[in-house]
Design a protein around this ligand. Structure first.
Ligand SMILES: C[S@@+](CC[C@H](N)C(=O)[O-])C[C@H]1O[C@@H](n2cnc3c(N)ncnc32)[C@H](O)[C@@H]1O
Length: 340
């Protein structure tokens, strides 16, 4: 099977998928920006606000919400800094995993948010007017993995259940993979591996087509394709098991988280093909700094300054995560960023 099929089963099989079965394990094993600290969502609220202001029925959709921490903290941030928007806001957390939806329900209930006002869903709403946010969703969608060989382009296939079996090379399973590689601006040396995240493109295209007016804010591991090929000639897909990085991502399906780095220029192109305007693209560190995370954190006190430092650290999350903002019908001058 292709790596994409393997990843689909390992992460999302109804009975054994990593994200589907065990909310305790899924919730405790990894730390993401929203689970690290509420300061992430509170400051990001400043970025989403222009996508919500002035709408009759503004929607704040968070896809791949996991435990719901980000949607909660965005709501808090809007409550404090944009009370007019908050008053009319509809919260729409989305996750395909039933255990994540249960955790999200618990998080929002604990925060005192009335669930009657929340549209918790397993798929995106038909139309979005407002803002659609994701944090670490695209890198969790199944990706194909390819290798350039002396004979041309090949795709890595796997035999699940046999941890000793090395991945095998076969011809690309889809025409779209050939098309993607033909657009790379880089000389492809034999042995070079890269991901072809067709599911992420499909997901983003669908999301963009459902956005009537507003913003899509995407936060994830990644970089431009050229940089990924230069910095990661062996590809970027890997696994995490109990917080430890594992290169043999095919080992122990269902017990490990799987991830790869998102080629952001290709995601941006998909959005532009759907008529969206690219408004912001930058490192998480730069964007959060421009939004004023340090100042906000020192006002909040407690653990916030330390969390803010981690989130902007150029040698850590601040450098490896990127933020892409695309919009339809939103004046770019309304975005509160010093640099774009
Ligand atoms: C890495 S977790 C990130 C959770 C959360 N956003 C955070 O940053 O803590 C990815 C989440 O996306 C969900 N997911 C994966 N594919 C999805 C899809 N097509 N639609 C909605 N949620 C999805 C998974 O179930 C999982 O909860």
């Amino acid at each position: 099977m292709t790596c994409a099929r393997f990843m689909e089963l390992a992460l999302y099989d109804d009975e054994t998928g990593y994200y589907m079965v065990d909310e305790v394990r899924a919730g405790r094993e990894w730390v993401t920006a929203p689970t690290l600290s509420p300061i992430f969502g509170r400051v990001l609220a400043r970025l989403v606000e222009p996508g919500l202001t002035g709408r009759q029925a503004p929607m704040l959709v968070e896809a791949g919400t996991g435990g719901g921490e980000l949607v909660r903290d965005l709501a808090y941030g809007l409550h404090d800094e944009a009370p007019d928007v908050f008053g009319d806001l509809e919260l729409v957390p989305v996750d395909r995993s039933p255990s994540a939806r249960q955790r999200c329900r618990d998080t929002l209930e604990e925060a005192g948010i009335d669930l009657a006002d929340v549209d918790l869903r397993d798929t995106l709403p038909e139309r979005v007017e407002g803002v659609l946010v994701t944090n670490e969703l695209l890198d969790a969608l199944p990706t194909h993995v390819c290798q350039h060989t002396e004979q041309g382009l090949a795709e890595i296939h796997l035999e699940p259940g046999d941890p000793t079996l090395a991945p095998t090379l076969r011809g690309p399973s889809q025409e779209a993979i050939m098309e993607l590689a033909s657009r790379f601006q880089t000389q492809l040396e034999p042995g070079l591996r890269f991901e072809a995240p067709l599911a992420a493109y499909d997901w983003y295209r669908e999301a963009a087509s459902r956005l009537d007016e507003g913003l899509i804010v995407t936060v994830d591991y990644g970089a431009r394709r050229r940089k990924l090929l230069e910095d990661h000639p062996k590809g970027t897909i890997h696994a995490y098991r109990q917080g430890q990085r594992v290169e043999e991502f095919w080992y122990d399906p269902g017990r490990m988280d799987l991830t790869y780095r998102v080629p952001f220029d290709e995601i941006a192109r998909v959005g532009e093909e759907e008529g969206l305007q690219t408004l912001v693209y930058g490192s998480q560190g730069r964007v959060l700094t421009d939004l004023g995370i340090r100042e906000m954190a020192s006002e909040v006190g407690a653990g916030a300054p330390l969390a803010a430092k981690k989130l902007v650290d150029p040698d850590g999350a601040g450098g490896t995560f990127r933020v892409l903002v695309q919009g339809r019908g939103v004046d770019p001058d309304r975005l509160p960023l010093a640099s774009r």
